[in-house]
Design a protein around this ligand. Structure first.
Ligand code: GLN
Length: 467
């Protein structure tokens, strides 16, 4: 599918539709939907912005490509004056005092936020069931999960309730729900988009990224949000991804790698395995050089990721004690007030992670767990450095298994953690990685070396043509 943004832009400037009507239609769809994708619908906020766009068009002024385009925002981003709950009871009444840089850049380009989207609370989850707003339903089969944590965002895009949405990806939260709902989702190189105004989960892997129906829209939104921001010291300036990189094909003989153990693992479902092998065979037939690579075992990747992610989230969420943000429960003294506030307002999954994270960091354990996980992370990064000397791209499934039914994940957190086996490694490496809704039920994950986003788009475009 080609660019919905460009198609809508054309309609707006040709006055085939007014911006108010366009935005109102989406707001109505969100209101009448029962997919549980919205935490807050930004009715007046969006309509006010849409009116301004209509005035400009009526006055014959030129409008930007993104001007008037309705989009969704995962409810972990701050948008000044609107509620930002992270899908938690804790922040259900919390109003953002300022706007996240990435979202501000979209606002500056004229795009219109219409909804704060349901997700796993604080990004903790792989199914968007860990939320106080009700489990998000899959766009293709509502008895199945939406994926997570950016489930509401992926479903909104898939159902066309938003033209694009902004997710957050710490260990797979854009790529996996994108795959589960058959849309594109990009986790850029760590630091390519400022995290300022994104509620921190695991700061060392948190990334901002777009979810969209086409490669073109993914590129437009990525280029708009990218760039250095003095308020996020990890951010850097970068060249935009060119139009050419989306329309060109991979050169014959391009070296494409895959991790043997991902595909040979006993945990992979036969359908996903067959889809992957079929894709590799087609790429070989197109003259690509396929290189099988060795990699760390999935259990090791998941353990390393969760040790670090839990440690970081325990630290980041320590600021939520009822003093400065969100709800405040009272106890007989200050300390009891903190514990009641935290016990009553975090979900069970979030508490599991805070307890786990504090264990990882506690005296007597931190050398054994936290320091060891940091060492393993170094080794993983080093492994990637070596791999990307041999290949230009690594392909992998997004998940080992097809989309689960709603309810299954809640029974066993360990199964849920293991479902992240194919996404978390690339997060630990800070690499750019794109889900394209191709080849397998949950999509294909295309990964490259740091800052090589352009080749992800070229590869996805090529796969689209040949599969
Ligand atoms: N499922 C992973 C986790 O729960 C990733 C979540 C995310 O990327 N926010 O940690």
């Amino acid at each position: 599918m080609s660019s919905s943004i460009k198609a809508l832009h054309k309609k707006l400037i040709n006055k085939e539709v007014s911006c108010v009507d366009l935005v109102q239609e989406k707001l109505d769809q969100l209101k009448s939907s029962d997919y549980n994708t919205d935490n807050y619908i930004l009715n007046d906020y969006a309509i006010n912005l849409a009116k301004k766009v209509d005035t400009k068009i009526a006055n014959g002024e030129t409008i930007n490509l993104l001007e008037g385009i309705p989009f969704g925002v995962k409810d972990v981003y701050l948008l000044q004056g609107t509620y930002s709950s992270a899908s938690s009871d804790f922040l259900k009444k919390y109003k953002s005092p300022y706007t996240a840089t990435a979202i501000q850049k979209l606002l500056d380009a004229g795009a219109i936020p219409i909804v704060k989207e349901n997700c796993d609370s604080f990004g903790h989850g792989s199914s968007s069931e860990n939320t106080v707003f009700g489990a998000v339903k899959n766009a293709l089969d509502p008895s199945k999960v939406a994926g997570g944590s950016s489930g509401g965002s992926a479903v909104n895009v898939a159902k066309n309730f938003t033209t694009f949405s902004i997710g957050g990806d710490t260990g797979g939260s854009i790529r996996q729900p994108a795959g589960y709902n058959n849309v594109y989702g990009l986790k850029p190189t760590y630091g390519k988009i400022s995290r300022f105004g994104l509620m921190a989960y695991a700061s060392s892997t948190d990334c901002v990224g777009p979810i969209a129906q086409s490669l073109e829209d993914t590129q437009i939104v990525l280029n708009t949000m990218a760039g250095k921001d003095y308020r996020d010291q990890t951010s850097f300036s970068s060249e935009p991804v060119s139009d050419e990189s989306i329309t060109s094909a991979l050169a014959k003989g391009t070296k494409i790698g895959y991790y043997k153990n991902f595909i040979e693992s006993e945990a992979i479902s036969p359908e996903i395995k067959a889809g992957f092998e079929n894709m590799i065979a087609k790429l070989k037939a197109e003259g690509m050089e396929i290189i099988p690579l060795d990699f760390f075992d999935a259990n090791m990747l998941v353990s390393t990721y969760y040790a670090l992610a839990m440690a970081e989230t325990a630290s980041n969420l320590a600021r939520l004690d009822g003093t400065n943000y969100g709800v405040r429960e009272t106890g007989k003294d200050l300390k009891e007030g903190y514990s009641i506030t935290r016990s009553e307002n975090f979900t069970a999954e979030t508490k599991r992670r805070i307890v786990g994270g504090n264990q990882v960091l506690s005296q007597g354990h931190s050398e054994e767990i936290y320091n060891k996980a940091q060492q393993l992370r170094q080794q993983i990064s080093h492994h990637f450095d070596e791999d990307f000397k041999k290949v230009a791209i690594v392909l992998s499934p997004v998940t080992p298994n097809p989309v689960p039914k709603i309810g299954n994940n809640l029974k066993d957190p360990m199964t849920m953690y293991l479902s992240d086996a194919y996404t978390v490694g690339f997060s630990l490496g800070g690499l750019p990685t794109l889900t394209a809704p191709l080849a397998m039920e949950t999509g294909v994950q295309i990964t490259a070396a740091k800052k090589q986003e352009a080749i992800l788009f070229t590869c996805a475009n090529f796969l689209k043509q040949v599969l």
